[in-house]
Design a protein around this ligand. Structure first.
Ligand SMILES: [Zn+2]
Length: 257
């Protein structure tokens, strides 16, 4: 299973970084997790064919996670895509995304490819013969889903935006990689948690409790700081495994331990 990040920033972008968004490739299937920046530009830059994209997984309806959806659908329509696209999310996120698409009249475009809206918290979604995906609720300021992706024994979990919560440990059982948000450092922990976010220390703690070997940090706040480099050190103090600040457009292989 391979993951490539198109952005690792929180809500505020930086010259060298866009909002958190990444693509996953496994078992002949590809999907995008959240849609920010320029999705089609990013897919092509990463060597992925937008016309063969199987699904779009949306974690929640905050602007920084879904503002790219209209551009993605508009591009795919102009590119004469015919293959159906699954949009997998929780129901409030689907409803807000539909509103966003209706705002631009995109759902009424002549010849638009079929869009299949799937409630990913309702049950396991079979993406391919050996690839399953399941959404689970996390602790944020609006209904938000984390994602568990399994390709046989290879498993990763993405928290999306969340404060620390106990349910993560059941969701991340037998998981090798945890992709966890780190919206700030320990000095802002109280504020972060109240706003439904986590510090780098808490991301490290979650990785240690989950028993994963590798932790990817994301959702950096370049406006309030500190730098991702400092957050990496903070997470390393509470987690003995490998902590990674993802390089954009570098493909990371997720393997069985
Ligand atoms: Zn959010």
């Amino acid at each position: 299973m391979r993951v490539v990040f198109f952005g690792t920033a929180g809500a505020v972008q930086d010259a060298a970084d866009s909002n958190v968004c990444f693509a996953v490739r496994a078992d002949g299937c590809s999907f995008l997790v959240d849609a920010s920046g320029s999705p089609v530009h990013n897919l092509i830059k990463a060597g992925l064919d937008p016309l063969s994209l199987d699904a779009l997984v949306l974690t929640h309806s905050h602007a920084d996670h879904i503002y790219g959806v209209p551009s993605l659908i508009h591009n795919l329509w102009l590119m004469k895509r015919s293959k159906p696209l699954q949009i997998i999310s929780n129901p409030p996120t689907s409803a807000k995304t539909m509103e966003l698409l209706e705002c631009f009249g995109l759902l009424k475009k002549e010849g638009l490819f079929p869009i299949e809206w799937i409630d990913g918290e309702k049950g396991v979604v079979e993406m391919a013969a050996s690839l399953n995906l399941k959404l689970f609720p996390v602790q944020h300021s609006i209904p938000t889903s984390g994602i568990r992706v399994e390709e046989r024994a290879v498993v990763f979990v993405y928290t999306s935006d969340t404060a620390p919560f106990d349910g993560l440990f059941a969701a991340s059982r037998d998981c090798q990689v945890l992709i966890h948000e780190a919206s700030g450092d320990i000095s802002r922990e109280k504020y972060l948690n109240q706003a439904g976010h986590s510090s780098a220390r808490q991301a490290g703690e979650a990785a240690a409790r989950s028993g994963v070997g590798r932790l990817f940090l994301c959702h950096f706040d370049y406006f309030a700081g500190p730098s991702p480099r400092d957050l990496l050190k903070e997470a390393q103090a509470s987690f003995n495994g490998d902590v990674v600040i993802p390089e954009l457009f570098q493909e990371y292989m997720i393997r069985d331990a």
